[in-house]
Each structure stands twice: as C-alpha cells, then as structure tokens.
Write a protein that binds this ligand. Structure first.
Ligand code: SDX
Length: 430
C-alpha cells in the first residue's frame, strides 16, 4: 500500500491495478473495493466479515487489541463513572453531550412517551405464560409498525426523532409487560416521575396490594449496565438493523430484526447462557472438567461469556461489571457463591494456554447476569435487558445509515461453488 492507493495483481490476467485507500481517524484505514466487480470482475471473500468495513461510522470506536471502547470519542470508563444512560443515549443519537436544557428536554420527552397502546398490551394474551420473553418482545416491537403510522417518512428528521424517542421510551414498558405475563401478575403502568431505570424496576416488581420502593443502588447498577450495553460498533444485531433498514423498511421492523439477531447465544443470548453454565458447573471443583470440555474440539460446549470477535484483550465492559458485582452483592446480597465461581473460572481459564493463545477473555456477558439476578431479574429476561440498552445503539446506527449520502440497500455477493449449468433430466433418466 503506498500513499492512498493499494496495488492488486489480477490472478487471472496478471494485470496490476490500484484501489483507493480511505483514511480512518482511529483504527485501520480501508481499501475501497466498491468498483472491484464492475471494473475488474472480482469479488472479495470474508465470511463473518472479520476484515470488512460495511460502512463509515462516527458513533463508536473499538480497539480490540488494547481493550478500548469509546462512544463518540468518550471512553466508556468515563461515561460509566460520570454519566447516565439517558445522557449517553442523547450522546449516541445526536453526537454531542447535551447541555443542561437539552438533557432536561430529552429526558422529559422519554419520560412522557413510556405508555404503549392498550391494544398492544392485549397482544401478550396471545402468548403462553412460558413463552420466552425475547420472543414476546421481538413480536410486540415488530407490531409497533402496525400501531404508529404518523412517523413513516424515514427521510423526515422530525419523524426520525419521534421514532427514536418512542422506541427508546417504550422498550422498558414492553419488556416489563412480557415479564409480568410470565409471572402471571397484572401489568404495572409506567410513572413519569421516576427515572428510566427506576421506572423499569417499578414496572417489573410493583404489585397492586402494596407500595413498592425502588432501591437506588439497584437503579444505579441498572443504569450503569445500560450505559455499558448501549452500543458496540457493527456487531451482529446492529448490522442486522442496518441491513433491514437499508431496504427502507419500517424502522420498528428493523429494530425487531435486531432483537431477533441479539437473541442468539453467540451474541446477546450469552448472558442467559452464562448463568445456566455457572449453575451447570455448580462448584469450583468441577471447573477443570468444564474447561477441558471447552477446549475439546469434539465437544460443542463453549465457555459462555468468553471470547470475542473484536476484543483480543479484556472487554473493558467486563472489567467494570465485575467491579460493580462486588458493590451490588454487598448491598443486595445473594449470588455470592455464583460470583465466587465466576471469579475462579476466570482465574483458571486465563492461566490456561488454550485461552491465552486464542486470546479468549471474559466479555460483557460474563458477569452481567450476576447483577441482573441480584436485582431479582430472572435469567429469561437477561437478553431483554440487553435489548433495552442496545435499542439506543440500533437507533443511532439506523439514523446514520438512513442519512448516509453513500447509503445503498445492502446486497452482498458470494463465492459460488455449486453445480455448473446442466439440463433437466426426465424422471426415468435419474
Ligand atoms: C456479544 O460483536 C460484538 O461486539 C458483540 C457484543 C456486543 O456488545 O454487541 O460484544 C456482545 O455478543 C459478546 C459475545 C457473547 N458470546 C459468547 O460469550 C459466546 C461464547 N463465545 C464464542 O461463541 C465466540 O468467542 C464468539 C462468538 C464471541 C466469537 O466468535 P468468533 O470471533 O467467530 O471466534 P471463533 O469462534 O472463530 O473462535 C476462535 C477460536 C476457535 O478455535 P479454533 O477453531 O481457532 O481452534 O477460539 C475458540 C473457537 O473454538 N473459542 C472458544 C470460545 N470462543 C472462541 N473456545 C471455547 N470457549 C469459547 N467461549
């Protein structure tokens, strides 16, 4: 690569040609291959997109080798210590931290859009009580495109803002309705005087027969978890939202697609899988057996909450969540044995050559479930909590994609290795 071009030699013709290089503010520069097929009849090949930049973005930067994560240039450690989830949501959506007035207006807009259409509430009666909450939330969020027709012009900035505030405000209400449906309790309406996380906890745990007092430590721990889960560059679910939105689909449907992608155990579903894994391991004595299973190529068992496509160092979010576990468990109690088991598992794994050589460290999902459980949130709701926070990142990326002057419908190509042309044989000739 020289200057701002990259020279390639066509393997078939032997001809050499240059490709443009575009410079990044941080991280790797990119080779611009947009005209590779039209001008040189060549595709690139990158299953899983490990070396492919799908877009230009100004939202989040990750340096996987150094364990760096920044939202709009601000280190996530500083935001975790000094900011709130609502302020971080404003930052991710609009690109700058808000002034006092801007924050007050944004917070008021979110607080006054938390109710959902009463007919939407009745959708939950269509699910069995034991339906997985992620299935219910994905379905009900998808149904929002059937309820909200007044923000259908995705090229109208005002419509984009109404959509953003609505979906961020209503996700906790939909999540709480799903939870109440699984426990057979009446739905608790949102209350505008509560903060975002206080409101969520109240909708989860308040019951008609008695008043419910939100524990400020619980609300603060939830706010921190939501900051840490808010965005993460072009991860699987965010890329799904961008892809679905690139066709001009209703934005609520694009978010529902993101929720579906997040559910997988290789992605956001890992936080639930980690708790199930820790309960399966049961005691410190069993750790060596399960670490051996994780290393065995013939065993499908993986150490859930370990490894990451981008981080080949500590996931900075995991470090912050582990430290928060201490504070929350001291206050809320419970889970200590599970937390001790997780700490020992991390210690043993990170001394094992397999994990060291493959650079497999704890990721955001390894400790988060310990806190959710200490807050009284059941395992089946862990990925729903992830979806509530990541809705902010999904919406921020959807807006960036919709307003990208270079934006086009996503349509990757392929390396075809199927049968060459052949004629249809009559039945008696097969
Ligand atoms: C999230 O992308 C994001 O940013 C996601 C996320 C976000 O905020 O959006 O950070 C959230 O999804 C975190 C990841 C949660 N998933 C898990 O914890 C599930 C367990 N982890 C793995 O399934 C895996 O590490 C992935 C899916 C996270 C990453 O998979 P990659 O990048 O495709 O890596 P890989 O599967 O190619 O693994 C590389 C090697 C393999 O061995 P070899 O084939 O090279 O011999 O490491 C091994 C894998 O077998 N490996 C593991 C392992 N993770 C990878 N072995 C045992 N246990 C593991 N957890």
């Amino acid at each position: 690569m020289s200057g701002n071009s990259f020279t390639v030699r066509d393997p078939k013709s032997g001809r050499e040609f240059d490709l443009g290089v575009r410079s990044a503010v941080l991280g790797p520069d990119v080779i611009d291959i947009r005209n590779l097929f039209s001008q040189h009849d060549l595709f690139t090949y990158d299953p899983g997109y490990g070396s492919t930049a799908s877009c230009e973005s100004k939202i989040t930067y990750i340096d996987g080798s150094k364990g760096v994560l920044m939202y709009r240039g601000y280190p996530v450690e500083q935001l975790a210590e000094k900011s709130t989830f609502i302020e971080v949501a404003y930052l991710l959506l609009y690109g700058e931290l808000p002034s006092g007035d801007q924050l007050k207006d944004f917070d008021r807009s979110i607080r006054t859009h938390t109710m959902i259409n009463e007919t939407m509430l009745r959708l939950f009666n269509g699910f069995h009580y034991d339906a997985h909450p992620m299935a219910m939330v994905a379905g009900v969020v998808g149904s929002m495109s059937a309820f909200y027709h007044d923000t259908t012009d995705i090229h109208d900035p005002r419509h984009r803002d109404i959509f953003a505030h609505r979906i961020i405000a209503k996700l906790p209400t939909i999540a709480a309705a799903a939870y109440k449906h699984t426990v057979g309790q009446p739905f608790t309406y949102p209350r505008n005087e509560l903060t975002y996380c206080e409101n969520l906890l109240n909708m989860f745990f308040a019951v008609p027969p008695e008043p419910y007092q939100v524990d400020p430590v619980a609300a603060q721990a939830l706010d921190l978890l939501f900051i840490l889960h808010a965005d993460h560059e072009q991860n699987c679910s965010t890329s799904t939202v961008r892809m679905a939105g690139s066709s001009g689909a209703n934005p609520y449907s694009a978010i529902a697609a993101g929720i579906a992608a997040l559910w997988g155990p290789a992605h956001g579903g890992a936080n639930e899988a980690v708790l199930r894994m820790l309960e399966q391991i049961g005691s410190v004595d069993n750790i060596p057996k399960y670490v051996a299973k994780a290393k065995d190529k013939d065993d499908p068992f993986r150490l859930m909450g370990f490894g990451h496509r981008v981080y080949k160092n500590y996931d900075p979010r995991a470090t912050i969540i582990r430290e928060t576990c201490h504070r929350v468990l001291e206050r809320m109690g419970g889970n200590q044995p599970l937390f001790e088991l997780a700490l020992r598992l991390e210690e043993i794994a990170l001394k094992d050559e397999y994990f060291v050589e493959k650079k497999l460290y704890p990721n955001v999902d390894f400790y988060s479930g310990i806190i959710y459980r200490a807050l009284g949130i059941p395992k089946s709701m862990f990925t729903v909590m992830f979806a509530i926070a990541r809705t902010v990142g999904w919406v921020a990326h959807w807006r960036e994609m919709i307003t990208d002057p270079e934006g086009r419908i996503g349509r990757p190509r392929q390396l075809y290795t199927g049968p060459d042309r052949r004629d249809y044989p009559p039945l008696d000739k097969r």
